[in-house]
Design a protein around this ligand. Structure first.
Ligand SMILES: [Zn+2]
Length: 343
């Protein structure tokens, strides 16, 4: 496994300190699978201020389409050949079509009746139940032999900085025959890696990170949690790689509990940094993709300036597709490790 980086240095002089010279390091990291580059630069303390959630939430319940008094009247229903009963319901969770669909099969799954759940109030049981419920929907899609039943993906945008427009906690649930950019690239490059090396990239990555330990977090069941070498987000990303699993529908109930337990540990540590928003996304192959391993990526979202509401994405990331991380992933990993008890 080749963890390559190009190190750089910026020199500047400080007029307030008699033109004393300062040297600022930065690094361009190359993702060992895709070759995508990520910058580790403008280092800052990973501390943010949480807003007044009560003020933020106040009043949003009255128009929230996912709240129990409105969800069964305001949200649309699936066509009869997919979900004859219109919407899927389990306990207080509901799955219905996304009114702003990303693809032909594009749904929303609520986490339940509760309008607002603080990040640290999510239990692993609640997260696992929501994921399991989404998998029930995917099985319906698969049984219907729908042409989009190829890649089954779950995205979680938690709180507005992550792109969420509804506070009521929910998941984006969709099936598509078109793999999104990065997933498609990972699928192609994983196949190429296997053809070249005769081994599976994801197994080799987990083995290398476990040995080095400075980016590895924990193994829960057969799920490995580790910090990404070349992260997408400003506070780094965590990958959860599931051994022997190629695609979403191969995840067992135990896997979902293990994944959820790891997510809860992560959210607890992010909360201590003052973070309160994140993106989570599934990366899945098909059952035939023996070169691939199911994994998810979780990345906190925040602001470059909280005071001005400046998002954590500028031209570098948005237009040039070059990610920026504000600390070494190994430093962030050391903080996250506190949330994981040795297994
Ligand atoms: Zn609500």
């Amino acid at each position: 496994m080749n963890f390559e980086a190009i190190t750089k240095e910026t020199i500047m002089r400080n007029p307030q300190k008699n033109m004393a010279e300062r040297r600022l390091p930065s690094e361009i990291r190359i993702d060992p699978l895709t070759g995508r580059t990520a910058r580790v630069c403008h280092f800052m303390e990973l501390k943010w201020k949480k807003p007044d959630f009560d003020a933020w939430v106040k009043g949003t319940q009255s128009w929230c389409p996912f709240c129990p008094d409105k969800v069964m009247t305001l949200t649309p229903c699936f066509p009869g050949d997919l979900v004859p009963e219109g919407r899927l319901q389990r306990d207080d969770m509901v799955i219905f079509p996304n009114i702003a669909p990303y693809d032909s099969i594009s749904a929303v799954a609520t986490f339940g009746a509760r309008h607002f759940i603080p990040m640290t109030a999510f239990t692993s049981e609640r997260i696992a139940a929501a994921l399991d419920f989404a998998l029930e929907f995917f099985r319906r899609v698969a049984r219907s032999s729908h042409s989009e039943s190829v890649y089954h993906m779950i995205h979680w945008n938690y709180m507005p900085p992550s792109g969420s427009t509804v506070l009521h906690p929910h998941l984006q649930v969709f099936s598509s025959s078109t793999a999104p950019n990065l997933m498609r690239r990972e699928l192609v490059d994983s196949r190429r890696y296997q053809e070249k090396n005769g081994t599976i990239f994801w197994d080799d990555l987990v083995a290398a990170e476990r040995k080095a330990d400075d980016r590895y977090l924990a193994k829960i069941g057969r799920t490995h949690f580790l910090s990404a070498y070349a992260p997408m987000g400003v506070v780094g990303d965590v990958l959860a790689v599931v051994e022997d699993v190629r695609c979403t529908l191969q995840l067992s109930e135990d896997d979902l509990m293990d994944i959820a337990a790891g997510i809860v540990s992560l959210l607890g540590e992010y909360d201590k940094m003052g973070l309160y928003s994140f993106n989570m996304g599934f990366f899945t192959g098909t059952p035939a993709d023996d070169h691939f391993r199911f994994h998810l990526r979780l990345s906190p979202r925040t602001f470059f300036s909280q005071q001005l509401g400046t998002p954590d994405v500028g031209a570098m990331q948005y237009l040039l597709n070059e990610s920026v991380c504000l600390a070494y992933p190994e430093t962030i990993n050391a903080s996250l490790k506190k949330g994981f008890t040795p297994m």
